[in-house]
Design a protein around this ligand. Structure first.
Ligand code: ADP
Ligand code: MG
Length: 317
């Protein structure tokens, strides 16, 4: 099999949302009347974002999931994606697993693979997604207002606990370990929630680098500060076995949860409770936006002087 056989077998599928998908120099798509395009790209590098021996099916899932999560955080409906792949060798077993994980999640969200690029090189993959939203309705990081409630979806910390286990900082018991790795390797992008938050939430983002650090982006862009209530954070069950310092670190600074954090005016509380029940996604009020700047972490009203920021690839160790 050569490059084109590989593309034909694993990455060419009917492109439901496009006039023209894989096979020509460009793909052709139409943006629907009155809609805006939301575009985002994420790169995953072997040895940095995942281990080379990770289950390829989960890798295919996660590569698309982290991008869908960005669309969710804007309130955009997933429409199209492209895939760039650098592969060290042509391993059909790997490609079959990877493409199965990728296409399964794509089908679940009705997003079409319309093109890409394939080359030989150290295992690296990059997916670009495009979604649509009614013009002007995006959930912007800059739209937070002092006095807004802060909310988070789902549970926090499990993926960080898996990473702590993986790098030998703490040995998780088998049950917790399985649950934590499932969250790390098979994240659920909160796409439906993102769509439902249009017109309800003010600012929103997805948590990829840790709640406290990511929240600083909302504060900076919205020119306000935030209070986070540590005791209110929805901790994943598997954090119960961790010592308190690691538990806090997983909750506040753990990456890879891909939950949505958003601000909303207090008048939306009842609506958000109903929405949580309707979607089957827990929504927890975890703090508020305030006048000022920066993120303050409170435990029962006391500032715990939390310093640990989010992950920064070029930050000091
Ligand atoms: P070009 O020479 O114009 O870059 P290629 O030969 O790289 O085109 O790709 C041929 C076709 O296959 C193009 O339509 C491209 O979008 C598609 N393609 C290449 N790699 C992938 C991939 N990994 N996933 C999906 N489509 C791909
Ligand atoms: Mg090419």
């Amino acid at each position: 099999m050569n490059e084109f056989g590989l593309i034909a077998r694993y990455f060419t599928r009917p492109a439901a949302n496009a006039d023209l998908g894989v096979g020509d120099d460009c793909a052709l798509m139409r943006v629907r009347e009155g809609m805006q395009l939301a575009v985002s790209v994420d790169m995953l590098v072997s040895g940095r974002h995942f281990f080379a021996d990770v289950d390829p099916q989960s890798l295919g899932h996660k590569a698309l999931a982290v991008n869908l999560s960005d669309l969710a955080a804007m309130g955009a409906e997933p429409r199209w994606f492209t895939l760039s792949l650098a592969l060290p060798e042509l391993d059909e077993g790997w490609l079959a697993g990877f493409s199965a994980g990728l296409h399964a999640l794509a089908d679940q969200h009705g997003i079409s693979l319309v093109g890409g690029d394939t080359t030989k090189g150290p295992l690296t993959l990059s997916i670009q997604v495009a979604g649509e939203l009614p013009a002007g309705s995006a959930l912007l990081r800059s739209a937070g207002q002092p006095g807004d409630d802060l909310w988070v979806s789902g549970e926090l910390g499990a993926a960080a606990a898996a990473v702590m286990h993986g790098c030998g900082r703490f040995r998780l018991p088998d049950t917790e370990c399985r649950a934590a790795y499932r969250r790390l390797e098979w994240p659920t992008p909160r796409v439906e929630l993102g769509l439902a938050l249009r017109g309800v939430a003010h600012a929103a983002l997805d948590i990829s680098d840790g709640l406290a650090g990511d929240l600083r982006h909302i504060c900076a862009r919205s020119a306000c500060g935030a209070e986070l209530w540590l005791e209110a954070l929805p901790a994943s069950d598997c954090l119960a076995v961790l010592p308190e310092t690691l538990r806090r670190e997983a909750l506040l600074s753990g990456g890879d949860d891909y939950e949505l954090c958003f601000s909303a005016p207090a008048v939306q509380r009842e609506h958000l409770a109903a929405l949580a029940a309707e979607l089957g996604v827990p929504l927890t009020r975890i703090g508020r936006l305030v006048a000022g700047s920066g993120v303050q972490v409170l435990l029962h009203g006391e500032d715990i002087c939390w310093q640990h920021g989010g992950f920064d690839h070029f930050g000091a160790a």
